[in-house]
Design a protein around this ligand. Structure first.
Ligand code: G6P
Length: 410
């Protein structure tokens, strides 16, 4: 190592934490131990003994990791999404075709992930069902061991992870490999364990995400899921065209006037103890992700329900003024508005996220109707709302308490 004239070392589970100082990185493998002292570092592997690991260079440039005049990375990353979606879909078509062939050959498909990546998996399963008529099992990576007995050499496992280092996801990948199943990674970080351990992977190309919360990488994951579903249905070009068409929609959804509109809503919600969110189908997955965004950054209890489940319990929580965010799409409008009516009848404060204003809304967040692409456009105002709530509460949205960007422990 000494010939590199390295004078300083940073030990971290996430490269974004030291990118400001260096782009040179040594990725550690399982059972690696690093001994660092004044003379430099030595790496020992508990099984192989002393080992040498290559020094890689991170492709991301220094500009990408600067705040660029923004108060917080979270806002910067939210505003990047018109661009990052476009970068996500710039994939090598031959790799996409190979993955589509694997899906067609597979007997049993799993999508696994944690946190926001899990919500992207759930969204992906609705998209695969809707667009490509293909059934997918969605499993939290930490629960995957319960399904291990279904794995065979014909199973295909999609491991979805921004960092490519989440321990639960890597455990799932290793379980899949033990059974001879194929693993496809959907990952943001080149060089991460997931890029090394999967049989094939698609890079999100979202650039570094510094804020602990996933925003741009979530929509990149959903964009890739959408692209794959269209490709599987034999409509790759159509899917790409639709996703390209999102550029202006996202630009408008992140505009200053939209941010002001959401700030007003945040002012109305900031002192609430609970916020509930409802949706059906794709909008249920969006509601789950929106609830996660709100709770992890503002510490307000936020909980999502499938619209149809309201009457099976959650309705008991609604009192005068209880805020309920309702995600509406054209194909489930009638049913979800009827759920919203049930909320309204109990005194709930109904916030609609939809293309059209409906009478029962106490507050309306206008989003375009984008069909299969609704999960992308509907989550963006929720990311902004969560951000505004954190700022109003004087919290640092980039570093929520008790949370880490990459969770490398089980
Ligand atoms: C942590 C982060 C979340 C992220 C989750 C999964 O909990 O705080 O934002 O969704 O890990 O991370 P991954 O890197 O696997 O997508």
């Amino acid at each position: 190592m000494s010939e590199l004239l390295i004078t300083e070392y940073f030990l971290s589970s996430d490269i974004s934490s030291f990118l400001e100082w260096t782009k040179k990185v040594i990725y550690l493998y399982d059972y690696d131990i690093v001994i660092a002292d004044k003379s430099g570092i030595r790496i020992y592997n508990l099984i192989e003994g002393e080992v040498s690991r290559p020094v890689d260079t991170v492709e991301w440039d220094a500009e990408q990791i600067k705040k660029g005049g923004f108060e917080h990375y979270m806002l910067k990353e939210i505003l990047e999404q018109s661009e990052t979606i476009q970068r996500a879909i710039q994939q090598d078509e031959s790799v996409v075709n190979r993955i589509v062939d694997e899906i067609r050959r597979a007997y049993g498909i799993f999508f696994v992930g944690c946190g926001s990546s899990y919500h992207a998996c759930l969204t992906g399963s609705y998209l695969f069902s809707k667009i490509a008529k293909t059934h997918v099992n969605v499993v939290l990576a930490s629960e995957f061991e319960n399904y291990e007995h279904f794995l065979t050499d014909r199973t295909l496992v999609f491991a979805v992870s921004q960092s490519g280092e989440t321990a639960d996801v890597l455990e799932a990948v290793r379980a899949a490999k033990r059974h001879g199943s194929k693993v496809i990674g959907i990952v943001n970080r080149m060089g991460s364990s997931l890029t090394r351990e999967s049989d094939e992977f698609l890079l999100m190309n979202a650039g570094p995400e510094i804020c602990v919360l996933s925003t741009k990488t979530y929509t990149s994951q959903v964009a890739l899921m959408t692209m794959l579903a269209y490709a599987l249905a034999g409509k790759y070009e159509e899917g790409i065209k639709k996703l390209k068409g999102l550029y202006m929609d996202i630009y408008n959804l992140t505009s200053r006037s939209m941010r002001e509109h959401l700030k007003k809503l945040a002012e109305m919600l900031v002192d609430k103890e609970h916020i509930y969110l409802i949706g059906r189908g794709l909008q249920y997955a969006t509601a789950l992700e929106a609830a996660l965004k709100i709770k992890e950054v503002s510490y307000i209890h936020a909980e999502a329900f499938a619209g149809g489940e309201l009457k099976h319990g959650p309705l008991a929580l609604i009192e005068d003024g209880t805020p309920v965010i309702v995600f509406v799409a054209k194909d489930n409008e009638k049913k979800i508005l009827s759920n919203a009516n049930e909320v309204k009848a109990r005194g709930g404060f109904v916030i609609g996220v939809s293309a059209e204003r409906h009478e029962i809304f106490d507050y309306w967040i206008k989003v375009p109707e984008c069909g299969d692409l609704n999960p992308i456009v509907q989550i963006i105002p929720m990311q902004i709302l969560a951000y505004k709530l954190a700022v109003l509460k004087g919290l640092d949205p980039d570093k929520p308490r008790n949370l880490a960007k990459s969770v490398t422990v089980i």
